[in-house]
Design a protein around this ligand. Structure first.
Ligand SMILES: [Fe+2]
Length: 167
């Protein structure tokens, strides 16, 4: 089952959206490699790469959520952690046992299926939150080394405004 990227999944933050597109591409490539019974070394390499890529992406996404004080950060982080555990287990099983009948089913349901529902539902909800606090472009307004700063400022300003009855 190939995942088809849809613009509806866009969070509105260019770095995160680019990483999501990349993720979809890597997962599709992995599923295809498993489907075509490519070499064990090749598939093991793809899984190792994907694991590192996913962890880095989760970190970036969570850092952005922290900067804009996203209220669902902890719940979201828990989802990321449980996915990371599942993926690490699949990678270890593959390294140990090679292709098993259950592998491609698990990749379809627990990796590809998870990603589709996670990006389409939870990451998108974060995108809606971001849209409510300012333009995505604002996040880079602080210049190099201070990404997302102005979005965090916007959040603080708007919650302060609410507290003082100004919004
Ligand atoms: Fe996420």
């Amino acid at each position: 089952m190939t995942i088809q990227w849809t613009e509806e999944w866009a969070v509105g933050e260019p770095t995160i959206d680019e990483q999501h597109r990349e993720l979809v591409g890597h997962i599709n490539a992995l599923l295809e490699a498993v489907g075509r019974a490519r070499s064990r070394a090749e598939i093991a390499n793809m899984m190792a790469f994907l694991e590192v890529y996913v962890l880095r992406h989760f970190q970036d996404e969570e850092r952005l959520m922290a900067m804009v004080e996203y209220p669902q950060l902890e719940a979201h982080r828990t989802m990321h952690e449980s996915f990371a555990r599942v993926f690490a287990r699949l990678r270890e099983e593959y390294a140990r046992d090679g292709p098993t009948p259950g592998l491609s089913a698990e990749l379809n349901v627990r990796v590809s299926g998870w990603l589709v529902s996670h990006i389409g539902r939870l990451d998108r909800a974060f995108g809606e939150f971001l849209a409510g606090i300012g333009e995505p472009g604002d996040m880079h307004a602080g210049g190099p080394g201070t990404p997302y700063r102005s979005a965090a400022e916007v959040t603080r300003q708007s919650s302060r405004a609410r507290r003082f009855g100004m919004a």
